[in-house]
Design a protein around this ligand. Structure first.
Ligand SMILES: C[S@@+](CC[C@H](N)C(=O)[O-])C[C@H]1O[C@@H](n2cnc3c(N)ncnc32)[C@H](O)[C@@H]1O
Length: 631
């Protein structure tokens, strides 16, 4: 697909709040821009810091609601299978009743000029959007204030850097500058801020040295010396556990790792997704602008996203929100559904669906036809899912609540399956800084295990002979263990699937090798998203095409959803006709339902349902024997 001028500019990520960005908007609206003005050097976002070993500070008071909380974070003790935390917290802002408030604005919106032209949602032309002058005014004002603040901060940092730099010829003596010991950092006579500045200075110095080691390193110092000091400093400066800091650091070059850690300190843009079942993007944009919201389309890559810059009203309580015209959803959450590309009339399974951002996106793309089975085993989250489905008017959705490893026993033969897997959340640290310290080695063993089981179930639930035969696997984590390794595992266990192009307009290629491990070259068809690269949440997306039936041995999987008793690749391939949900052929492709096994399964489900209602399940058996007697 060729890229137009505008597409290139917009693609990749919601534009950050840069001067050039606002200048462009001003030019579009016919407002004079001072072309000679140089872009300000951006200072790092202001952060509240604590000294080493002090628990990460909470986020500052929210000015706007967070985007859709769509990531799953397992409890520390659990293996990530079941959520145990406060259900309300987990429902996210997409659930009606969200209490999040929005910054007050003294902007007068009553006289806003209504000149707002959006390219049509269904129109592929490259027509430029023109924002209202009032909208631009809001953006400009915000920009002026922000740039002023950033200039002051940048000046301060540059001055400080000059004072702190300790150069010996061209080779900075960073490892001797101070020993970074707890005593020094915790010395009551040492002010906190200078320590942090020293740390930051040393972080940037070491990154510079590692980037040109032969020229800048001190004699007798190894790369390992510098790397070890850098990791210590990153932990102290950003409040990461050493374990996680190293894991994340290893994904990047030192310079990119720094950019990644930095970007986790700033929130991502607020984005809303237009619900095309209820409205058009241009109408929604107009309605929100009239309410004092400053926004613009998220980019040419999405016809439904709007990036919100400022709002004088709570975005989770507008009449448009309550009427289901939009959902608060992080931009990167659009990507798995775009890759899945569900078609009208198809049968789609969303295996881990709550709170429903992606389910309702699927329903909208399918124009409320066909069927979406939205599953989530967490009852509290499933309530949020149901709330969103109703609010957004998705009428083609069936909600169920299974451990998705039970699929395809529960139901199979889907045209497409989305597995937006429970994960560690290392891509959304800006939203949830607790990830910095609460993820352990155990999490990165148990989570991938569950993810692998879920992915095999996803593959086995798809009908390869239908209109689709696609499976999309996604996580909001950036670790290789939860992404490429899971995908590589599935490829090794299911010879009947191939990775295919996600057809997403941006994203970095998946790893084909990592820390001495090599993966199939097709792994580069998968896509990685980083906050520092695209200003979106960290995400991973892989798309599979099922090219043949699943081995019969899969129907012999153990009840706990573990590996097949016979390895799939050693088992005979059985060809059966296309399956349909609940139809005669349901499950045929994965070996068919076993009547007796099903009966037992139903009985078990009935018993646990009774227990949940406080009833004695033994009464089931009694009722049955009484029925038998009377017959
Ligand atoms: C990343 S969130 C899903 C977000 C959702 N797709 C959306 O877009 O709104 C992961 C979900 O996986 C669910 N989950 C955890 N263990 C699961 C399992 N064994 N089977 C299916 N879902 C599971 C969690 O309850 C959580 O809602």
């Amino acid at each position: 697909m060729g890229q137009g001028r505008r597409m290139k500019r917009k693609q990749g990520a919601p534009d950050p709040l840069t001067e050039e960005h606002f200048a462009r908007l001003k030019r579009k609206a016919g407002i004079t821009v001072n072309e000679t003005e140089q872009p300000a050097k951006l200072a790092p976002p202001k952060r509240r810091r604590t000294a080493k070993k002090v628990v990460a500070a909470g986020r500052s008071k929210k000015l706007l609601p967070d985007p859709d909380v769509n990531e799953y974070r397992p409890s520390q003790e659990g293996n990530g299978d079941v959520l145990t935390d406060d259900p309300d917290e987990k429902l996210g802002d997409d659930f009606i009743g969200s209490e999040d408030s929005v910054v007050d604005s003294d902007e007068d919106i009553s006289n806003k000029r209504e000149r707002f032209v959006f390219s049509d949602d269904e129109d592929d032309s490259d027509k430029e959007e023109v924002l209202t002058a009032a909208n631009i005014e809001g953006l400009s004002k915000k920009l002026d204030q922000q740039l002023e603040k950033e200039r002051a901060e940048a000046d301060a940092e540059v001055q400080e850097s000059a004072l702190q730099t300790n150069l010996d010829g061209d080779r900075p003596k960073v490892l001797d500058s101070f020993d970074g010991s707890d005593e020094e950092l915790g010395n009551p006579s040492t002010l906190l801020a200078p320590d942090l500045q020293l740390l930051r200075q040393r972080i940037t110095d070491i990154i510079r040295i590692l980037g040109d080691f032969s020229k800048l390193a001190e004699a007798g110092r190894s790369r390992a010396d510098y790397t070890s000091q850098l990791l210590d400093d990153i932990c102290a400066y950003y409040n990461y556990s050493p374990f996680l800091a190293e894991k994340l650091y290893n994904l990047f070059t030192p310079r990119e790792a720094f950019a990644f850690f930095e970007s986790n300190e700033a929130p991502r843009p607020i984005v809303i997704r237009t619900n095309t079942l209820r409205t058009h993007r241009r109408d929604l944009a107009q309605a929100l602008i009239n309410r004092g919201v400053t926004l613009e389309p998220v980019g040419k890559w999405s016809k439904v996203g709007l990036q919100v810059f400022e709002s004088s009203i709570p975005l989770g309580a507008t009449p448009e929100y309550l009427a289901g015209h939009y959902i608060l959803q992080a931009a990167s959450s659009f990507l798995p559904v775009m890759a899945l590309s569900p078609q009208p009339g198809e049968r789609v399974l969303d295996m881990a669906a709550a709170p429903g951002g992606k389910t309702t996106h699927c329903a909208a793309m399918m124009k409320n036809t066909g069927v979406v089975v939205a599953n989530d085993p967490n009852k509290a989250r499933a309530k949020g899912l149901i709330g969103n489905i109703h609010r957004l008017g998705a009428k083609n959705v069936i909600v169920c609540s299974y451990d998705a490893r039970e699929f395809p026993r529960v139901m199979g033969g889907f045209d497409r399956v989305l597995l937006d897997a429970p994960c560690s959340g290392t891509g959304v640290i800006a939203k949830d800084p607790s990830v910095k310290t609460n993820k352990t080695e155990r999490d990165f063993m148990t989570l991938p295990h569950t993810q692998k089981q879920l992915l095999l179930s996803a593959i086995d639930s798809v009908n390869h002979a239908g209109t689709g035969g696609y499976i999309v696997y996604s996580t909001c984590s950036v670790t290789v263990e939860e992404n490429e390794q899971v995908v590589a595992y599935a490829l090794s266990r299911r010879p009947n699937v191939r990775l295919v192009d996600t057809e997403l307009p941006f994203g970095k290629e998946g790893f084909t090798s990592y820390m001495g491990k090599t993966f199939d070259p097709s792994l580069k068809l998968t896509r990685r998203y980083y906050p520092h690269a695209y200003n979106v949440d960290g995400f991973y997306v892989a798309k599979f095409k099922k090219i043949g039936p699943t081995p019969a041995s899969v129907s012999m999987r153990k009840a706990n959803g573990d590996e097949p008793l016979i390895p799939a690749d050693k088992a005979p391939i059985v060809e059966t006709g296309p399956a349909s949900i609940g139809g005669e052929n349901a499950g045929g492709e994965f070996g068919g339902f076993d009547e007796d096994e099903d009966k037992e399964y139903m009985e078990r489900a009935k018993r646990s349902a009774m227990r949940r209602r406080g009833l004695d399940p033994r009464s089931l058996g009694r009722a049955r024997s009484e029925r038998k007697k009377s017959a």
